[in-house]
Design a protein around this ligand. Structure first.
Ligand SMILES: [Zn+2]
Length: 1121
């Protein structure tokens, strides 16, 4: 169709276009590798010659490109006015100047709808309807176009059966155990050999005598243990259920409360009723039992180097298998053990192995009281679980950047030897607590931010001013650059500029620069962004009450669009689309008495049938918008349409933003697999039989490349997509999620959405999503000092070259994990520097650069590396790495690789850093003593080892979610927080002390809360006092507690208030509103809850912490021998 084709017929991005010769080439062109697709952005790090013409710029080459020609070597003008620079001799792509650069110019983002150049769609292409009571003036403009019928003719017709008509699911608790019996872990009776551990061990010597290290970072020695002999070894492959075991089919059944993570739990006879089979103990030198089964636990965190598990002939408590659990490895194949009941096991005492709770508590106690001052290079920040204040004194706050290690090996060989990944988890627009200062906005005037001539790094505290302040030497590439006259300042006797403390870019780790027009697309300052709300009005969406809910909410929510600083109203314009098999656009121009609808039924070639009146200012069009939102639920109340399209919806939003020449965000509310005839049409290809086969990866891959291409177009326009899904069955999250994922957007999923129980959560998510800080049209580049460079990136974004991370939108919750590799030697003297520069458009349309700098130490001793690691960040990286791996490798391969890498990390420490000790001891570096327990949580997560109740969509959803998580989120996601509510002090603001995630820590007489960032469970023991039940639930007995509650009743007593305040506090800490699930002990839902008791064996075959630690020890020993 004409409009669309017009747009598509436009010249490719990066090429000039007739009619735009007058625009200067945008100067933020990026680096492009030969053969790589051209960056939409090109480098924003300063003008570069086009890749096609790698010729040094000739200074004044700013002539407009001629139509159709490849981009000329223009745009070479440096934003700060420098033209001649020597980057062309520099071959280092990352740190040096790019040898080649993509063309910087971007065509006008959208085709202006000029008379003649664009059709007037309304008259040609769409059904134009004036509606609103009376809806008489329907104007049928094209006969072949299906107009929207707004009559009541359909009212009495029953909805056709078929897809999209899944019956309203029963409420939670009513489901039957459909899957029961189908999922049978293989014999659990051959658990792995168990080991015991001693308590009260001799303290080992500090491995690094003479080194001064902060107490809480001291490697600690921990009781060691002897690993099982290899012959009975349980390899990683034995954790998952064997491939041959057929999985139960996806449960068609009823919904359940815990939808975000899991489908309906199936009852698992093996889980509950198997008598605990005894396991063999191997490799132990059983000594006398330790003093008393109930003796005090040993100190779990002695202040010694190395966490060492010793085998000294005595061992701790003998524990039976965990209650209700089968052998140590449900699902584990037999590994050469004889059949028949082995002798009763002796367990490694869980109290003697590293405790996450203890580590978290110790860090809180040691580091929670003092502010973290960022003035010192290579400082390890407090843990993400510690509340602390940050004072920026020259390095970025850990709220913006966290690293796997703050001390980087000097050489690549050393890094390889340790196998410790060098990565930074970056959250460029992170929200700060109110008491911390937001980054200052710095304006360097017309010439733009002062930058290194060669590598384009931005002025920062590590630049060295020389020659009395007339030049500065770059801390990243050593190039010397003239200080622009307007920026000149004298130096004091220490060589510091006298205005050091007056300039954020000289004294702080994080700040912003105002970008000049050179940093803008097409060398035009951007327009304020737009939000387009696109609502599925097919049968399911209407029937569930969702459409009405959304419309009601938007009426008030539109008053809370993001606004800049103290601006009175938001600059963001809004637009509205509804859709099923066709799309309905709405004219909400302020001058109209009633909104007008235009229907586009030709979804094969999407276009926007109106320009004027589609995107409007909320205040100006308030009454028309309100009228529209009142009418939408009525208009579609009797719809019979069950089919939906999806890609055309995104295309429509994209075209609208193009037409308006702005960036923006689409909020799409969608219910079903898009099976209607249209581009991007999908088929149901869910197949659980693929699990544990080589084809399992296809479940995570999109079923068509259509959406990747669409995402690319969206990124080019700065069109970010946030997707709210309300599925009653499979809708292929792996495919529908491609565009949100690659545009930097978010996905929210509310399976079996029910108004009563889910609306509060959905509305909270929607409110937060609409209001949160977001940058548009963003490009991020991480520069590093010579010796290392960013080589790999994880997160929700698009990359068209190897260095620039592009995001149509980047909000305050999104994280990008960046991996670094050596390309040269580093020196201990100079350390290593990172500079993350994010170019983005603010919600008011201002183009800005946010800069974060971080300086790290470099080391020649492996011990220094291990002493300055951060395990939480390491896990964040490893999880993202693994979750990407499942796209291309069998899941088992991914799991094995993770185990192997971590075993190598720990073996290297053992071999090179730990004090001599017997081979039977497991010695863990203090900073990594939680690596095994956390790694095990990643290994048995739903993506890598799904239980039978986890749907394909759940896995795809979690996979994408985790990829954008920050360190705090991955920490609680993989190792949930478990709080004994009945131990809470109702008179204080504090939380009760957390306990470890194991069933044996739960008491029948208590109530617990477990949160993982997506769900909050409230678990009630069968013996809880009646008074407590009355106070919390308002009912008189355990049996009367309803597990259909989605919120706790508001009761006027201290316990109720305290628990609700804890829940509110936790909700406030997370980026998504967590689903509240009430679990009664011994109730069916308890299966779901137990899934999150991650120190225990999992139903899906995941090892318990104790067993996994034994396994890791064995792996390490094998590496050492
Ligand atoms: Zn430089």
């Amino acid at each position: 169709m004409s409009v669309n084709q017009q747009a598509h017929a436009g010249p490719p991005y990066g090429q000039p276009q007739p009619g735009y010769q007058g625009y200067q080439q945008p100067a933020y062109g990026g680096q492009s590798l030969p053969g790589a697709p051209q960056s939409q952005y090109g480098a924003y790090n300063g003008p570069m010659p086009g890749y096609q013409q790698p010729v040094p710029p000739q200074g004044s080459l700013r002539a407009p490109p001629t139509s159709g020609a490849p981009p000329p070597a223009s745009g070479a003008s440096h934003p700060s006015g420098h033209v001649a620079y020597s980057q062309f001799e520099h071959g280092d792509v990352q740190n040096g100047i790019p040898a080649s650069a993509a063309p910087m110019q971007r065509p006008p983002a959208s085709q202006p709808f000029l008379p003649g150049s664009a059709p007037t769609p309304v008259s040609q292409m769409s059904t134009f309807q004036q509606y609103g009571p009376p809806q008489a003036s329907v104007q049928q403009l094209r006969n072949h176009m299906a107009g929207m019928t707004i009559g009541s003719t359909a009212a009495s017709a029953p909805p056709p059966a078929g897809l999209g008509y899944a019956s309203v699911p029963p409420v939670s608790g009513n489901f039957s155990a459909t899957g029961s019996g189908l999922y049978t872990p293989s014999s659990a009776s051959q658990g792995p050999p168990l080991t015991s551990v001693s308590q009260g061990l001799p303290l080992a010597q500090p491995p690094f005598p003479g080194q001064t290290i902060p107490t809480q970072r001291l490697p600690t020695q921990v009781p060691g243990f002897t690993p099982p002999p290899p012959s009975t070894g349980v390899g990683p492959s034995s954790y998952p259920p064997t491939t041959g075991a057929p999985r139960p089919p996806a449960m068609p059944g009823p919904p359940l409360p815990g939808q975000t993570v899991a489908g309906p739990p199936s009852s698992q006879p093996n889980h509950v009723s198997s008598p605990p089979p005894p396991s063999t103990m191997a490799g132990l030198h059983p000594g006398p039992p330790m003093s008393g089964l109930h003796g005090p636990p040993p100190p779990t965190h002695p202040p010694q180097p190395g966490y060492q598990m010793q085998q000294n002939g005595s061992f701790g408590q003998m524990r039976g298998p965990q209650p209700n659990y089968g052998g140590a490895y449900p699902g584990a194949p037999n590994y050469g053990s004889p059949p028949g009941p082995p002798p009763p096991p002796k367990r490694l005492d869980p109290d003697s192995i590293p405790s996450p709770i203890q580590v978290i508590e110790d860090d809180r106690n040691n580091r929670g009281s003092e502010p973290f001052v960022t003035g010192v290079r290579g400082q390890v920040p407090p843990l993400v679980t510690t509340n602390f204040m940050v004072k920026d004194q020259g390095n970025a706050s850990p709220r913006y950047i966290r690293c796997t290690s703050y001390n980087i090996p000097c050489t690549s060989d050393m890094a390889k030897q340790s196998q410790v990944p060098l990565a930074a988890v970056i959250k460029p627009l992170a929200t700060l607590p109110p008491e911390e200062t937001l980054p200052y906005l710095v304006d360097h005037g017309e010439s733009g931010p002062v930058r290194c001539n060669r590598c384009k790094a931005y002025m920062c505290p590590f630049m060295q001013f020389i020659e009395g302040g007339r030049r500065f030497q770059c801390c990243f590439c050593s190039c010397v650059t003239e200080v622009p006259p307007h920026y000149f300042q004298h130096l004091d006797h220490t060589g510091k500029r006298v205005d050091f403390y007056d300039r954020p870019e000289l004294s702080l780790g994080s700040y912003e620069f105002l970008a000049t027009v050179d940093y803008c697309k097409n060398n035009k300052f951007p327009s304020p962004p737009a939000f387009i709300f696109m609502i599925d009005v097919s049968y399911n969406a209407v029937k569930s009450g969702l459409v009405r809910l959304i419309c009601e909410e938007l009426k008030s929510l539109l008053d809370y669009l993001p606004r800049e600083g103290n601006m009175e109203e938001s600059a963001i314009r809004v637009g509205f689309v509804t859709y099923n098999k066709v799309l309905h656009f709405y004219n909400v121009k302020s001058s109209l008495a009633q909104p007008q609808m235009m229907v586009v039924s030709d979804v094969a070639d999407m276009f926007v049938p109106l320009l004027d009146g589609f995107l409007v200012n909320v205040n100006e069009s308030r009454t028309v918008i309100a009228s529209l939102l009142d009418q939408i639920p009525e208009m579609f109340a009797d719809t019979r349409e069950t089919e939906t399209v999806f890609a055309p919806v995104i295309q429509a939003g994209l075209e609208a933003l193009k037409a308006a020449e702005c960036a923006g965000k689409l909020f799409i509310f969608h219910t079903s697999l898009p099976i209607a005839e249209a581009p991007g049409k999908l088929k149901n290809r869910d197949d659980r039989k693929l699990i544990n086969t080589d084809k399992e990866k296809t479940l995570f891959q999109p079923q068509t490349s259509f959406y990747s291409n669409l995402a690319k177009d969206c990124v080019a326009q700065g069109c970010c997509v946030d997707l709210f899904l309300f599925p009653n069955q499979y809708l292929d999250v792996a495919t529908l999620g491609v565009v949100p994922y690659q545009t930097g957007g978010s996905i929210y999923k509310y399976a079996y959405f029910q108004l009563e129980t889910d609306q509060y959560r959905f509305l909270n998510d929607l409110r937060r999503d609409v209001q949160k800080e977001v940058g548009f049209d963003a490009v991020m580049r991480v520069r590093t000092s010579t010796g290392i460079r960013a080589t790999d990136f994880f997160g929700a974004f698009y990359m068209s070259n190897t260095t620039d991370v592009e995001m149509a939108g980047l909000d305050c919750d999104k994280t990008i994990t960046v991996e670094f590799k050596h390309d040269d030697k580093l020196s201990e003297d100079s350390g290593a520097l990172l500079q993350c520069a994010l170019l983005y458009t603010s919600c008011a349309g201002q183009r800005r650069l946010r800069i974060h700098n971080l300086s790290l130490n470099c080391c020649t001793q492996l011990a220094d590396l291990y002493r300055n690691c951060e395990t939480d960040t390491l896990i964040n990286y490893l999880a993202k790495y693994a979750y990407r791996g499942v796209l291309s490798s069998p899941v088992k391969t991914v799991r094995d690789a993770l185990i192997n890498q971590c075993a190598q990390i720990l073996a290297c420490y053992r071999k090179n850093c730990a004090s001599p000790s017997s081979a039977g001891q497991l010695i863990l570096p203090e900073c990594m003593k939680l690596l095994p327990v956390y790694l095990n949580c990643v290994l048995k997560s739903d993506v890598l080892q799904p239980g039978p109740e986890v749907t394909t969509d759940d896995r795809a959803y979690i996979r994408q979610l985790v990829t954008s998580m920050d360190v705090a989120e991955t920490n609680v996601f993989f190792y949930p927080r478990l709080l004994p509510l009945t131990k809470a002090d109702v008179d204080s603001d504090s939380l009760p002390a957390a306990i470890r995630n194991s069933e044996e820590r739960l008491s029948k007489g208590d109530i617990y809360l477990l949160e993982n960032g997506l769900n909050i469970f409230v678990w009630v023991g069968v013996n809880v006092q009646q008074g407590l039940i009355q106070n919390l639930f308002g009912v008189s007995s355990f049996s009367q507690i309803s597990n259909a509650l989605s919120t706790l009743p508001v009761l006027e007593n201290p316990f109720s208030k305290k628990v609700r305040s804890i829940v509110d506090m936790l909700q406030g800490q997370r980026s998504r509103y967590m689903k509240l699930i009430i679990v009664k002990q011994e109730d069916k839902l308890e299966m779901l809850f137990k899934h999150f008791l991650v120190e225990d064996k999992s139903l899906s075959g995941g090892a318990s912490y104790v067993d996994f630690l034994c396994h890791m020890h064995k792996e390490i020993r094998q590496l050492l021998s």
